[in-house]
Design a protein around this ligand. Structure first.
Ligand code: AMP
Length: 508
């Protein structure tokens, strides 16, 4: 598959088919093509031919997609930043990405730093001027970066995962067949729930565009008001649902969330965190016409690379559910600590290899060397990635057991606990900080920060409120611990390490 060529075909064959639909606006395939071409021409004329990435800052405006495509047609990767990322953190990302320009297809307040900002009205004016656009020779090539997605990093600043056009195309060859065959997806409506700065959104955005479908985007605001969200969903005609299991759980809490609300729905595609048997069973009951697919993978291997259809038999008999079999073009091995491949059924680190593995972290050579490698399998040289996930294989089926480090998933968001701790230490008076995850029924439900101050705390509640407010400058909402405890000192184990178990136990 060549996604950019495919879009060119759609603009000729199905020009009037809506490609992106939001509550207030929509773009069809002809507009998507013409606008992205015009903007690509402008970018090349103004900033020259270079592979430096371009930052696209915004939320769910339909012009976000125009900007993404314009960047890659101008031969540059794009780096999406959602408006929910605080200014400090966005500035850190921009500092790493060093874009010549920041496209802002949303009327958001934002400091572009040294880079030149282009706002929505400027973007729209450029798009409507209608230049023919650079020819295909100028577009990003197979090995070039298509997008860079920044994800939580243990050092306290996010790290950018580079995904090439080749990785995306290989992912799409597989993803278009997930759940229901690609020909049944043609012209269908896909749900977009995740912000475009999370790689889960790649599963809905590009799979939908590859199938000539309509992407139905849901803003954060819509997701914050369920009654309104369900009312809008009723008219959406969504056939392919892509979200984290957490979001499906939130919807399931309302009895209205059933086939009657979404009569066209045929497939649930999940990724990013554990799909529980309970969620799968509830969905099967409420949506008898839909298949449920569990997929697994990190941003570093282009969204996902394993799949399993979760039917009733599997949901009743296998607990926890498997995460699937690996796609063609990829391979999975389980390694012990010495890097030795483990036999079937034995657990260790999940190692991914193949045609969707990232080319590394942007501007982070050392970090990239730790996690990425090249290897030879069956006379083929493959890129490989050490996931830090623990799991095992059984007859080709992958089972996920959890993390080997301090990365967690909270409501579908990937978070390094070290990242939060590093940012807590930036606040005044904080001498020491440890963050632990609160768990209920083996699911992470929230975060607690254990803090040592440089002086006695008079009013813990007030201080906690003050700290949360101060943290908003550095961290997105979902990374701010709900609970903050003040301690005189952090408990240590006999061998001098932070006693996280004890801290975690103290919260229950
Ligand atoms: P992200 O890069 O945000 O997609 O997060 C990747 C991590 O999410 C993986 O390394 C796993 O720890 C976790 N993950 C992804 N898919 C699944 C799944 N189907 N079940 C359980 N955990 C998952």
């Amino acid at each position: 598959m060549d996604i950019l060529k495919r879009l060119q075909e759609h603009s000729r064959n199905i020009p009037e088919q809506p490609a992106i639909v939001s509550e207030t606006e929509q773009l069809n395939y002809r507009q998507l093509e013409e606008y992205s071409n015009a903007l690509a021409s402008y970018l090349t004329a103004s900033y020259g031919k270079s592979k430096e990435p371009i930052v696209v800052y915004g939320h769910k405006n339909v012009f976000m997609i125009v900007c993404f495509l314009a960047c890659v047609k101008a031969g540059r990767g794009y780096c999406p930043i959602d408006v929910s990322v605080p200014a400090e953190r966005a500035a850190a990302i921009i500092n790493e990405a060093r874009p010549p320009v920041v496209l802002m297809p949303e009327n958001a307040k934002f400091m572009a730093g040294e880079s030149e900002p282009i706002n929505l009205s400027q973007i729209q004016a450029i798009c409507r001027e209608g230049d023919a656009g650079p020819d295909a020779d100028a577009w990003v090539k197979d090995g070039d970066t298509f997008y860079i997605i920044f994800t939580s990093g243990s050092s306290g600043t996010p790290k950018g995962v580079k995904i090439s056009l080749g990785c995306l195309n290989h992912f799409l060859d597989w993803a278009v067949e997930l759940g229901i065959p690609s020909k049944e997806k043609r012209g269908s409506t896909f749900l977009n729930q995740a912000p475009f700065s999370f790689d889960l959104s790649v599963m809905d955005l590009y799979t939908c565009l590859a199938c000539g479908g309509t992407l139905w985007v849901m803003t954060k605001e819509m997701q914050g008001d369920y009654q309104r969200m369900f009312r809008l969903m009723e008219d959406s005609d969504v056939k392919v649902w892509v979200s984290t299991p957490s979001f499906a759980d939130v919807c399931l809490a309302d009895q209205k969330f059933a086939q009657k609300l979404l009569p066209s729905l045929r497939a649930f595609l999940f990724c990013g965190e554990t799909l529980t048997n309970r969620t799968a069973l509830q969905l099967q009951e409420r949506f008898p016409k839909a298949v449920i697919v569990n997929t697994y993978g990190p941003t570093e291997s282009t969204v996902a690379l394993t799949e399993v259809k979760v039917d009733r038999e599997l949901a009743v008999n296998e607990n926890p559910l498997p995460v699937g079999r690996v796609k063609r073009g990829s391979a999975i091995e389980i390694w012990d600590e010495q890097g030795k491949a483990m036999p079937d059924g034995e657990s260790g680190e999940i190692i991914l290899m193949g045609d969707t593995v990232s080319t590394g972290y942007h501007q982070r050579e050392e970090l990239s060397r730790k996690s990425f490698f090249m290897c030879r399998r069956n006379d083929e040289v493959l890129r490989g990635y050490r996931t830090g996930d623990s799991g095992y294989l059984k007859n080709g089926m992958l089972y996920y057991l959890g993390r080997l480090d301090r990365q967690i998933k909270l409501h579908g968001y990937r978070i390094e606990l070290d990242d939060i701790e590093q940012n807590l230490l930036r606040l005044d008076r904080v001498k020491n900080a440890v963050v632990t995850a609160n768990e209920r029924d083996e699911k992470i439900t929230g975060l607690t920060a254990h803090i040592v101050y440089d002086r006695k705390v008079e009013d813990g509640r007030q201080e906690a409120r003050r700290m949360k407010e101060a943290l908003k400058e550095f961290l997105p909402e979902y990374m701010i611990p709900k609970r903050i405890r003040f301690l005189d000192s952090i408990p240590m184990t006999a061998n001098g390490k932070v006693d996280r178990k004890m801290l975690q136990g103290a919260v229950r």
